[in-house]
Design a protein around this ligand. Structure first.
Ligand code: ADP
Ligand code: ASP
Ligand code: MG
Length: 443
């Protein structure tokens, strides 16, 4: 069994859906995980924003515009009037459901139910398309098996058991279609795996089904060495280790959801990043192995806040760091980077929800300074086997950029730097020119 996940652009039009239907008929047994059609989740987020503000007319206008867009897709996707009718009825069902929220109190629960509509629509429309073309497949409702617990972590045991139950209902089927992104939470309510979460769904499903491979089909030919939205002359990386890919995903490479590598790594299932627009391109293969001794890629994560705690008491005081960490633990706020000196510790967070409370408590230990609008630049590669020279290359490239924090040695795959977000584009461009061995990458 193989997992094939297609992102928003890959199912973004009738033409793209047809291309997906060709790719999934490869003679193997496949679970096809689909995102919402491109632009849909953003539109649903906007609709929810209007509903929160009680701007029902604005919400209705957005809902109508999205409905019209889907009616056009139905016109283009199906040949028979029968399927067009069936699909338009499905649209009416989903859009009437969304419209109904304009009459009620609007809370996070309603918002989550609205956000789920994109994946429910794309998978149902795609399943109709397969039916019209006599391709034997079954639509598996992700809400029957995908689940997160009270800490918003996936419940791997539940997912495996329930996915198995669903699959066993269809012993003669070898093509399944299901929704990415959506799940149920600990209370059984509709929830989601956060933006970009279809990659995570694919990986969780792959782990639950003991898949032979997890394919992430998107609009680019694999993980590039740098952010192609920001820097020119980036290139795809043929091979990455699970750890390298996880660092890049976590630190901002949008091609993969931040948590999506772990389930595959735990089950040692290869992940391949492939391009629907160029299906023959090699893409990126992520496995336990990796080519050693090289700087592979850089990524950048914005929205970072740096907190420095300066304390006379830190000098030789064991237990100090524990007390600091306990503050973050109490507010369920993960720390990304940390550096220490004898009199101070600096760390970064990407979630400011409890910033005031955290700073208030940290002030008991000493002087606290907060810097917002920071960016972590993460350089990924194999820094042990190269032994020397990597850091020098990085720092030389960034000669003109003020560095707020540096983290080296935390893992053998990562050197992280904290800079002002205003310097990000410049830093990524300088690194692109300064640290990669261009002569070998196209081999
Ligand atoms: P999908 O809708 O298929 O999930 P995404 O938009 O989430 O696609 O991810 C693919 C996009 O990620 C690419 O179009 C590219 O602009 C962006 N991206 C950011 N960093 C990288 C990187 N290092 N390598 C490849 N793509 C990247
Ligand atoms: N549709 C969701 C989003 O846009 C999930 C995904 O595409 O992975 O965030
Ligand atoms: Mg994505």
């Amino acid at each position: 069994m193989k997992i094939m996940k297609f992102g928003g652009t890959s199912v973004g039009s009738a033409e793209r859906m047809r291309a997906v239907s060709d790719l999934i008929q490869d003679g193997e047994s496949n679970i096809v995980v689909l995102s919402a059609m491109s632009g849909t989740t953003n539109a649903l987020v906007q609709i929810a924003e209007k509903l929160y503000q009680n701007l029902n007319d604005d919400a209705n206008a957005l809902i109508d515009a999205l409905h019209d867009k889907y009616k056009q897709v139905v016109e283009e996707l199906y040949n028979t009037n029968e399927k067009k009718k069936q699909a338009n009825e499905l649209l009416s069902h989903h859009f009437d459901y969304i419209r109904a929220f304009t009459q009620d109190l609007f809370t996070i629960h309603e918002e989550r139910a609205i956000l789920a509509q994109g994946e429910l629509l794309s998978t149902a429309l795609f399943q109709f398309f397969l039916e019209e073309n006599n391709i034997s497949s079954v639509l598996l409702p992700a809400l029957n098996f995908m689940k997160i617990d009270e800490n918003e972590e996936p419940d791997a045991v539940y997912i495996a058991r329930n996915l198995q139950t669903e699959l066993e209902k269809y012993p003669n089927i070898n093509l399944f279609v299901t929704q990415g992104y959506i799940c149920r939470n600990a209370f059984g309510e509709i929830d989601n795996l956060k933006r970009g979460g279809s990659d995570y769904s694919a990986s969780l499903i792959g782990a639950a089904a003991d898949a032979s491979e997890i394919q992430i089909w998107t609009d680019i030919d694999g993980m590039h060495n740098n952010d192609p939205r920001i820097v020119k002359n980036t290139y795809p990386i043929a091979e990455l280790s699970f750890d390298e890919a996880a660092e890049l995903a976590y630190f901002g490479a949008k091609i993969l959801h931040p948590s999506s590598v772990l389930p595959a790594k735990q089950k040692n299932i290869p992940v391949r990043l492939l391009n629907t627009m160029q299906p023959d391109a090699k893409g990126t293969t992520i496995t336990a192995d990796s080519e050693g001794g090289k700087i592979k890629a850089v990524a950048a994560k914005d929205g970072i806040t740096a907190i420095k705690i300066k304390s006379g008491r830190m000098l030789l005081a064991y237990g100090f760091l524990r007390s600091v960490f306990e503050v973050f633990e109490r507010y369920k706020t993960p720390i990304d980077m940390i550096t220490t000196s004898e009199v101070a510790v600096s760390l970064t967070i990407d979630n400011n929800k409890f910033l005031n409370e955290i700073v208030g408590e940290l002030k008991e230990f000493g002087q606290v300074e907060v810097d917002q609008e920071q960016t972590i630049i993460c350089v990924v590669g194999d820094f042990i086997s190269e032994r020397s020279g990597s850091a020098l290359k990085i720092f030389k490239s960034l000669e003109e950029i003020p560095l707020r924090m540096i983290s080296y040695g935390g893992s053998k795959n990562n050197i992280s730097l904290l800079i002002n977000t205003a310097d990000k584009v410049n830093a990524l461009t300088l690194l692109n020119d300064g640290i990669f061995e261009r002569s070998t990458h196209n081999a």
